[in-house]
Design a protein around this ligand. Sequence first.
Ligand SMILES: [Zn+2]
Ligand SMILES: [Zn+2]
Length: 156
Amino acid sequence: MIAPQARLENVTTRLREQGHRLTPQRMAVLKVLIGNKEHLSAEQIYERVRVDFPMTSLATIYKTVAVLKEMGEVLELGFSDDSNRYDGSSHPHPHLICVKCKKIADVDTADLSQLPEEIAQKTGYQIVSHRFDFFGVCPQCQENEPFEGGGVAPTR
Ligand SMILES: [Zn+2]
Ligand SMILES: [Zn+2]
């Protein structure tokens, strides 16, 4: 994995090469997103960028994110009943989604990394992307209020 600073430079160079103007607001969006592991929504990115650039519009955030998405520099995690969330990583990876607080965490496991290749082999599909979502209740939310819905609980 490339260090966030190096990736940031990489992305800004690519943006310039493609003729995109790099306004301070756009740079701020990049800085919030690249290497960020929090999986923010456009609104959350907006709130952070506005701290330094109060004149920024939500449209600027959407436009910048759309450009980055098209370049394959961020992943969009779409949800039907909630805002899309953005991941500053450029490689698809499994996610854990808390059904209570909507927090999204990365799953760091090697067990799934071979799966796209295996599926490609079995089906003849050329896999271009993938999405693994695990839904659950995060440890903090479990502490606040034990979940009674069944499911797979961690053994302690
Ligand atoms: Zn939670
Ligand atoms: Zn992620």
